[in-house]
Design a protein around this ligand. Structure first.
Ligand SMILES: [Mg+2]
Length: 454
């Protein structure tokens, strides 16, 4: 029905017919609560079938503690959606998608995702695609007047369990105290970084080629560094965990991450030595794409192995789950493909008996995308939060319960879409660069021959 006059006539006719019916038909029909609820809930400010994307803009905040490019997708009906590019990634990953989005109906979330997913890659390279996907769900939820989790099939839980780590300390007592504080804040799941850099000044703990870097950010992959733990090194790392366990006790799940770029055999020796402390998982011991090596470690160590924060799309997770190379998949929704793809990852992993924990380090915008997905995915375990020490983090948004992470849990919002609006004043106080959702006409015409096959 392309002629607006025709459409209007038909609507008027429908309205007239309904009014007549209201007078003439038995009251039992009109007392039907679901029909009344339906009429009350339809967002009459928007006509979803005529919705079109008109703009994509960015505001980048930092020290949250991460760099977080928040995106806003605008439409021809005044409804907008919020999303976020993965922490530490460039806003360009989202902006280069703008020309592919203009004119599309944002409610066709999966169709648009399939159109743009070719522009995502592993880790931060997926940041744009995933940020856009979050914003599309936000719009769809707003115009159909339902929370995002409802569009995914409903929820399995009303509150989302969170885990949090702390800043490291080479002094295990200090480190243990910090983790105990987290537990005392109400967290029911803890994580600690347990890297070889903690032992940099402890002689006899590490065997390594002279000049090899122990830094976490070093670009040489684990198997190629030649760095191995000595027996004393294993004992020293185990002692860290023992001291932390004394502080937090054995009852609370305690995960560990950022071991440093040690070889596979050192991973196995360390993992076995940690068994008696019943770690909840050992994370990213080696890069995620070495399925057989991960399988070798997980077969040798009786502690759950986890990986996934750098994997884009479900296929990479499927290989790991099918092989049981890890015990827990650990996607970052802002890398793994967004809200729907991450639910698919969880559902896929569940079929292999593998639970899903969720990596997250961003603003409350991306956080809420995670919360809706976690609510709607049965095998979800726990969601990360990196911002519990940032006093203004919850204030970046309005519309949800504050503090957002309350005694270690986040309440699933019931408002339409992601359930949040931005608190512009607070956002503007934490901008990394000048400009708050400025126009982006320079990205209107970006194009390439986007086909993937011939
Ligand atoms: Mg990690």
């Amino acid at each position: 029905m392309s002629n607006p006059t025709q459409r209007f006539s038909r609507r008027s006719l429908l309205k007239t017919t309904l009014s007549t019916a209201a007078v003439g038909v038995a009251s039992s029909f009109w007392a039907d609560e679901s029909l009344v609820a339906y009429q009350n809930n339809v967002n009459t400010n928007s006509r979803p079938s005529d919705l079109k994307i008109t703009d994509l803009r960015v505001a980048t905040i930092w020290k949250a503690p991460m760099i977080c490019p928040v995106i806003r997708i605008d439409t021809n009906q005044g409804v907008y959606g919020l999303g976020e590019v993965r922490d530490g990634a460039s806003k360009t990953y989202a902006l280069m998608l703008k020309s592919r989005l203009l004119g599309e109906n944002p409610c066709n979330v999966d169709k648009i995702f399939r159109k743009i997913k070719q522009f995502g890659g592993q880790s931060r390279q997926a940041g744009g695609v995933c940020g856009v996907e979050m914003a599309l769900w936000d719009i769809a939820g707003k115009v159909y007047n339902v929370p995002v989790y409802q569009m995914l099939g409903g929820k399995f839980r009303d509150k989302i369990r969170c885990y949090a780590d702390t800043t490291e300390s080479p002094d295990p007592q200090v480190y243990g105290n910090r983790l105990r504080e987290r537990r005392d804040q109400g967290f029911t799941w803890l994580k600690m970084d347990l890297g070889i850099d903690l032992m940099e000044k402890v002689p006899g703990t590490i065997t390594a080629p002279k000049g090899a870097s122990l830094a976490q950010g070093d670009k040489t992959q684990h198997m190629f560094t030649g760095i191995e733990l000595t027996e004393k090194g294993v004992d020293t790392m185990v002692q860290y965990v023992a001291t932390v366990r004394e502080q937090v006790a054995m009852e609370i799940p305690l995960s560990a991450d950022h071991f440093g770029h040690i070889g596979v055999n050192s991973c196995i020796r360390l993992g076995k030595a940690l068994e008696k402390y019943n770690m909840a998982w050992l994370e990213d011991m080696i890069p995620w794409n070495y399925t057989e090596l991960l399988k070798k470690i997980s077969d040798a160590v009786n502690i759950p192995l986890a990986t996934g924060e750098d994997i884009y799309l479900k296929e990479g997770f499927a290989e790991l789950a099918r092989a049981h190379a890890v015990d827990i998949v650990h996607p970052d929704l802002a890398t793994s493909g967004g809200i729907l793809e991450t639910k698919k990852i969880g559902d896929m992993a569940q079929e292999y008996g593998v639970p899903m924990a969720m990596h997250f380090a961003g603003s409350p915008v991306s956080c809420m995308a995670n919360v809706h997905c976690a609510a709607a995915t049965e095998n979800f375990l726990v969601l990360e939060n990196h911002s519990v020490d940032v006093p203004w983090w919850s204030d970046l948004v309005a519309g949800v319960e504050k503090p957002i992470v309350n005694h270690g849990f986040i309440t699933v919002p019931e408002k339409p879409g992601l359930g949040i609006t931005l608190n512009d004043d607070v956002m503007k106080q934490h901008l990394m660069e000048p400009g708050y959702f400025e126009p982006t006409p320079q990205w209107d015409k970006e194009r390439a021959n986007d086909r993937l096959w011939s």
